[in-house]
Design a protein around this ligand. Structure first.
Ligand code: CAA
Length: 379
């Protein structure tokens, strides 16, 4: 066992930290307040190689390991989770899914541009009545010979109005249940593709979350990912990796809040000494540091298993379940350490607290992670 990061991993971590502090931090409060998507910053993330980190260089990716991806996600999420969720969806759902299961033509046509961040991708599984119960897809993709006729609505789609390429999960044969579901690559310009309402959210307010409507949309057969009926398994397999990204996001939110609380506790004085010297605060910091370290180890273990090409579905569910709880607990305590200052925007921790909540919901709620984990244990 080796807990040491490589030179390359340390360099990625440092580059992500620099970018987050120099490019994301200055405007983050304003973007959160005005629900402004960090388009310019995400463009720069593409230039720096953060949008297709694990993609093979032959498809313009960074050829990095998943451990490096976790390190970068943590640093970026310490500051701006609206940027990091776009990064996570593009890297681990869209790029990874296409690279693993797409045809050579699909990789040439879509992956090469997604991996550089030239275009953004979105992952369209959730529906108004199919969130956790993902097999209950109402979006239909009727087989019409050389194309699918797609109709339906998708909800809460990250990068909904900013993406150019959408991976859409839809039911082709209801009789076959989840074996009758397909995953289709849909271009934004497709006739019948309609961007619906933008969601106003508690957290990750800069993230571009929309509903989408598909009205008699014709999607060519060559845009199907994998064999006929593979769509649900595609979504599940892809989400296993996605959950590592969201776990790392939760870790970043927690460690960002902890770093701010630590700094503040050494500056603020009460009852004649720095508040960090009061046991009430020191013990909070000790709990935060311990829980964050545990979450980090779970994230890195899941990433390592994926890099070793071993089964990582349980590990990624555990990492997400635990890290998202740590994100909630740590951010609430970080606000408490800041007292009244924690309740105002300028000190950042209230935003981190609001951003933390979504990590217990998207890419599988905490309850879904417990289903994944318990089924693994009990099988
Ligand atoms: N990894 C691989 N395969 C899996 C899997 C996993 N974690 N979980 C299920 N599967 C496979 C099963 O092996 C089975 O395949 P076969 O039929 O080939 O054997 C198939 O999927 C169906 O499995 P189940 O019978 O267990 O299905 P189920 O309906 O009982 O439950 C579930 C499955 C785990 C609850 C699943 O529905 C689920 O994960 N739901 C949550 C959906 C989710 O995470 N949505 C997130 C939306 S995307 C998002 O948030 C992105 C964003 O924008 C940030």
């Amino acid at each position: 066992m080796d807990f040491q990061l490589t030179e390359e991993q340390l360099a990625v971590q440092a580059a992500a930290r620099d970018f987050a502090q120099n490019d994301l931090l200055p405007g983050v409060i304003e973007r959160d307040t005005h629900e402004k998507f960090p388009a310019e910053q995400i463009k720069k993330m593409g230039e720096l190689g953060f949008m297709g980190m694990m993609v093979d260089p032959k498809y313009n990716g960074g050829g990095m390991d998943t451990v490096s991806y976790v390190l970068a996600m943590e640093e970026i999420s310490k500051v701006d989770s609206s940027a990091s969720v776009a990064m996570s969806v593009n890297n681990s759902l869209v790029c990874w899914g296409l690279e693993k299961y797409g045809t050579e033509e699909q990789k040439e046509k879509y992956l090469k541009r997604l991996a550089t961040g030239e275009i953004l991708g979105a992952f369209c599984l959730s529906e108004p009545e199919a969130g956790s119960d993902a097999t209950s897809q109402r979006t239909t993709a009727e087989d019409k010979g050389d194309y699918y006729l797609v109709n339906g609505t998708k909800n809460w789609i990250t990068n909904g109005n900013s993406a150019s390429v959408y991976l859409v999960i839809a039911q082709t044969d209801k009789e076959k249940g989840h074996k009758g579901i397909n995953a289709l690559i849909v271009e934004r310009e497709t006739e019948g593709f309609v961007v619906g309402k933008k969601e106003e959210k508690l957290g990750i307010r800069g993230s571009d979350t929309h509903s989408l409507m598909f009205q008699d949309m014709k999607v060519p057969k060559e845009n199907r990912i994998g064999e006929d009926g593979f769509g649900f398994n595609f979504a599940m397999s892809t989400l296993n990796g996605g959950r590592i990204g969201i776990a790392a996001q939760a870790l970043g939110i927690a460690s960002g809040a902890y770093e701010l609380a630590l700094k503040y506790s050494k500056e603020r004085k009460a009852f004649g000494k720095e508040i960090s010297q009061h046991q009430a605060i020191a013990f909070k910091l000790a709990d935060m540091a311990t829980q964050i370290e545990t979450a980090r180890l779970l994230c890195l273990k899941a990433a390592w298993l994926k890099d070793q090409k071993q089964d990582f579905s349980q590990a990624s569910a555990m990492a997400k379940l635990y890290a998202s709880q740590v994100a909630m607990d740590t951010t609430v305590e970080a606000v408490q350490v800041h007292g009244g200052y924690g309740f105002v925007k300028e000190y950042h921790v209230e935003r981190l607290m609001r951003d933390a909540k979504i990590t217990q919901i998207y890419e599988g709620t905490s309850e879904i992670q417990k289903i994944v984990i318990s089924r693994n244990i009990l099988k």
